[in-house]
Design a protein around this ligand. Structure first.
Ligand code: WT7
Length: 660
C-alpha cells in the first residue's frame, strides 16, 4: 500500500499576532476561506479576475484556461504582455520611480542602492545591447552570473526583448554548463570575469571558456562578460564582449517586445532523481501572476517593507522572489553577493539589522548551519543583534525540522514574527502550500494549507484520496497559472514525470510524500517519495526520524536512509552532524546508543536507527539539499559510482563511510 505512516506528533500552535492580522493583505481565516470559496465556485473566473487586477496587459486576454490538450494547459493565451514592463515601467508610472528597488550588498560589505528609474535605464540599455548582437524574441540566452544587480538586469533585459533565459547557478561545473547550453540551444552566454564569495575570487569566464571548448554549443555566437573583479578573463575576438562596452552609448529607452501569455519567460534546469537535468519551462503571463500573488499573499508585501530572499538567482527561488516577484509589486529588496558565514556566521543577522529588513526568507539548511555556529559562539547569536525590524520570516527548500523552526521563531523572530514555511518546487513557479501571515495559526514543521485556488490533495498509488491522518502522495488536482508548461524539448518526459497515466494523466504529481492532520487538515511534507523507508512493512518518511534526531540537544543536522535488511526489509541508517565536533571511538559509540534510545522514546522503536554515522557535514547539492541517494549507497557499504559533480562538499563522503 502506498500509505505512509506518520510517527510525529507536533502539538505546538502559534497564532499570528492580532496587529499583523489587522493590516494583512489577506486578513483573517474568513478572508482566506472566501477566496478559496470563490475559486471553488468559478475556477476560471477567479483566475481571470486576479489576472486582470494584477497584471498589466498590452492586449487583454479573452480566453482563460484551455484544457483541450491536457496536460499541456494554457492560460490567458491570447493576451499579450511584457514581464519587464510589468516589473519596471509600471513602477515608473505609479510613483515608484525614485523608490529603491534593490540594495545590493557585496561580499565585502559595501552596499549600493538602485532606484526603479535607474534599474529601468540599465535594463533598457542592456536590452538594446543584446539586440545589437542580433539577439531577439524566441532566442535562448544562458546566464551564468554571480549574485549582482547585473544578474537581475540580464534576466530582465532578456524578458524585455522576449528572449528566453536559462540561468545556470554559478557554482556548476563546465560540464554541467556545457550540457545546459546545448540542451537549450543558447545563442549567447552572459557571465562575469569572476565572482566574490567569502573573501575569495572564483573564476566564471574561465569556466565558460572550458564549457565552450567541450563542444556542441553550435548555436552560440556571443559571450557577454560583466567585469566584477578585474581578474583574469581571456576575450575571444568576435565572440566575447564586455558588458559595459556593449552597453555604452545604448539608448535608455527600449520598447518592450510584447509576447503572448504562454511565451516561455525562462527555462530552469532541475536535476531529476535519474537521467539528465530537466529544463523546466515557465510561461510569461501565468508565471508573473503567480509571482505577484504569492508576494502579496504569503509575504503580505507592503510598500514600506524591506524584503530579503537569500536564495541565488540560479534557483527558482531567486527567479520568483528576487528577479521578478519583488519588482512586480514595487518592493525594496536586498540582493546579497556573499555567503552567510563571512566574515562570520552573524552576517545575516547583521545585515537584517543594518538594512532594517522586515521580511526575511531563507532555507532550513542555512538555519541549521547558523544554529550550529551560534550555539558554539554566542557573540554571533541572533539575539545579539537588533532584529526588531522583522515582521515575517520564511523558510523554503526542505522540510524545516520543528526544533529548527522553534529556534528561528524565538531567536530570530523574537516570538513575534509568523514563519511562512512555503512548500513549492521549481515546477510550481511560486508558493503552493504555505501559511498566510495574517491568517494561519502555525504548527512547527507543517506548511499548513494550500493557497487559494490550489487544489492540493493526498492520494494513494491508484489516485484515490487518502483520509486525513494517513500519509500518501502529494498531488494538485486542477491546473493553476503558475505551473510549468513543459520540459524544454521533451514533452513526453513532462507527461510521464508529472502527469502519470496511473493517476489519469491530468493530475499533477509533485513527487513528495505528505500527510494531513486529522483535525486541522494541515499538510506536512514527509520527504521525496523516492526516499520513503519500509521497515517491517511500515512505510516511514525520512523527515520525521530526522526531526526526532534534530530535537536532541546535541544534534545539528541529520539525514536518514534505508539499508536493505533480511529481517525488517529495510533498516534505518542515520547520518548525524553534532553541534560540537565530530565524536570518535568509545565516545561516538556512547552518543550513538543515546541517540538510538532517544529516537525510540521520541517516536517509537520502529524508527530506531540500526546504524548511526557521524560527520562534520552532510553531502548536499549546490542548493543545499541532502543527497540521500549517495547516503543510501554509503549505508549499503557500496562504492559510489554515481555522478558527484553537483555535490557541494565531496570530501565529506569519506568520513561518512566509517562505521562505528
Ligand atoms: C522540493 C522542490 C521550492 C523552491 C526551492 C526548491 C522540497 C521545498 C519545502 C518545504 C518541505 C520542501 C520538496 C520539493 N521542499 N520546500 N517548505 N517543506 N519540503 O525547489 O529544488 O525544485 O525542490 O523541495 O521536496 O518537492 P526544488
Amino acid at each position: 500500500m502506498a500509505s505512509i505512516e506518520s510517527v510525529m506528533h507536533e502539538q505546538r500552535v502559534f497564532a499570528p499576532p492580532q496587529a499583523l492580522v489587522e493590516q494583512a493583505n489577506i486578513s483573517g481565516m474568513a478572508a482566506y476561506q472566501a477566496l478559496c470559496a470563490e475559486a471553488e465556485r468559478d475556477h476560471e473566473g477567479f483566475w481571470a479576475r486576479l489576472a486582470r487586477e494584477n497584471v498589466a496587459w498590452h492586449r487583454p486576454f479573452t480566453k482563460v484556461l484551455d484544457q483541450s490538450n491536457a496536460p499541456f494547459y494554457t492560460w490567458f493565451e491570447d493576451g499579450q504582455l511584457n514581464v519587464s514592463y510589468n516589473c519596471l515601467d509600471r513602477n515608473l508610472q505609479n510613483g515608484n520611480a525614485e523608490k529603491t528597488a534593490i540594495i545590493f550588498e557585496a561580499d565585502d560589505g559595501t552596499s549600493t542602492p538602485v532606484t526603479y528609474r535607474e534599474l529601468h535605464q540599465r535594463v533598457c540599455r542592456f536590452a538594446n545591447a543584446l539586440k545589437s548582437r542580433g539577439i531577439k524574441k524566441g532566442d535562448r540566452v544562458v546566464i551564468y552570473m554571480p549574485m549582482s544587480i547585473e544578474g537581475v538586469v540580464a534576466m530582465q533585459a532578456c524578458a524585455r526583448i522576449g528572449a528566453t533565459h536559462s540561468v545556470v547557478f554559478a557554482g556548476f561545473s563546465a560540464k554541467s554548463l556545457n550540457e545546459r547550453i546545448i540542451d537549450a540551444g543558447a545563442v549567447a552566454v552572459i557571465t562575469a570575469d569572476e565572482q566574490m564569495r567569502g573573501g575569495r575570487a572564483l573564476p566564471l569566464k574561465n569556466v565558460v571558456d572550458e564549457a565552450l571548448t567541450l563542444g556542441g554549443c553550435d548555436a552560440l555566437h556571443t559571450v557577454v562578460v560583466y567585469r566584477r573583479t578585474g581578474g583574469p578573463a581571456t576575450m575571444q575576438a568576435g565572440r566575447d564582449v564586455w558588458m559595459h562596452e556593449l552597453s555604452a552609448g545604448q539608448s535608455e529607452q527600449c520598447e518592450p517586445e510584447w509576447v503572448g501569455a504562454e511565451h516561455p519567460l525562462f527555462i530552469l534546469y532541475t536535476s531529476g532523481s535519474t537521467g539528465k537535468p530537466k529544463g523546466v519551462q515557465h510561461s510569461s503571463g501565468g508565471y508573473l501572476l503567480w509571482a505577484t500573488l504569492t508576494m502579496q499573499w504569503t509575504f503580505d508585501i507592503k510598500p514600506s517593507d524591506v524584503f530579503w530572499c537569500t536564495a541565488d538567482i540560479g534557483w527558482v527561488t531567486g527567479h520568483t522572489y528576487i528577479a521578478y516577484g519583488p519588482l512586480a509589486v514595487g518592493a525594496t529588496q536586498i540582493v546579497f553577493e556573499g555567503v552567510p558565514t563571512y566574515p562570520n556566521a552573524g552576517r545575516f543577522w547583521d545585515m537584517i539589522a543594518r538594512h532594517k529588513v522586515s521580511i526575511f526568507y531563507t532555507a532550513p539548511t542555512a538555519i541549521r548551519s547558523l544554529i550550529k555556529a551560534a550555539e558554539s559562539d554566542k557573540s554571533i547569536y541572533p539575539t545579539q543583534y537588533d532584529l526588531s525590524s522583522l515582521r515575517i520570516l520564511g523558510s523554503v527548500g526542505e522540510p524545516i525540522n520543528p526544533e529548527a523552526w522553534m529556534w528561528y521563531y524565538k531567536n530570530v523572530g523574537g516570538e513575534r514574527c509568523p514563519i511562512v514555511d512555503t512548500w513549492w518546487q521549481t515546477e510550481t513557479g511560486g508558493h503552493v502550500i504555505a501559511p498566510l501571515p495574517g491568517v494561519t495559526p502555525q504548527v512547527p514543521g507543517s506548511c499548513t494549507l494550500p493557497l487559494p485556488g490550489v487544489a492540493a490533495a493526498i492520494v494513494d498509488e491508484t489516485g484515490q484520496d487518502v483520509p486525513n491522518g494517513q500519509g500518501g502522495m502529494l498531488v494538485i488536482k486542477r491546473p493553476w497559472p503558475g505551473l510549468l508548461r513543459t520540459i524544454w524539448g521533451d514533452p513526453e518526459r513532462f507527461k510521464n514525470s508529472y502527469f502519470p497515466a496511473e493517476l489519469g494523466g491530468k493530475i499533477y504529481l509533485a513527487g513528495d510524500g505528505a500527510i494531513r492532520d486529522r483535525q486541522t487538515g494541515y499538510f506536512t511534507i514527509m520527504g521525496r517519495i523516492d526516499d520513503v523507508l519500509n521497515v517491517s512493512g511500515h512505510r516511514l518518511g525520512t523527515m520525521e526520524i530526522e526531526s526526532a534526531l534534530v530535537a536532541n540537544p546535541l544534534v545539528a543536522e541529520a539525514a536518514v536512509v534505508g539499508r536493505p535488511d533480511d529481517t525488517t526489509g529495510e533498516a534505518v541508517v542515520a547520518f548525524v552532524v553534532l553541534k560540537r565536533t565530530r565524536p570518535i571511538g568509545e565516545e561516538a559509540k556512547q552518543i550513538a546508543t543515546d541517540l538510538r534510545n532517544w529516537v525510540a522514546k521520541e517516536i517509537g522503536p520502529i524508527a530506531k536507527p540500526r546504524d548511526i554515522r557521524f560527520g562534520e557535514n552532510l553531502p548536499k547539492t549546490r542548493s543545499g539539499k541532502i543527497m540521500r541517494r549517495l547516503l543510501r549507497v554509503i549505508a549499503k557499504g557500496e562504492e559510489i559510482t554515481q555522478d558527484t559533480s553537483t555535490l557541494e562538499n565531496p570530501a565529506i563522503l569519506e568520513q561518512l563511510k566509517q562505521s562505528l
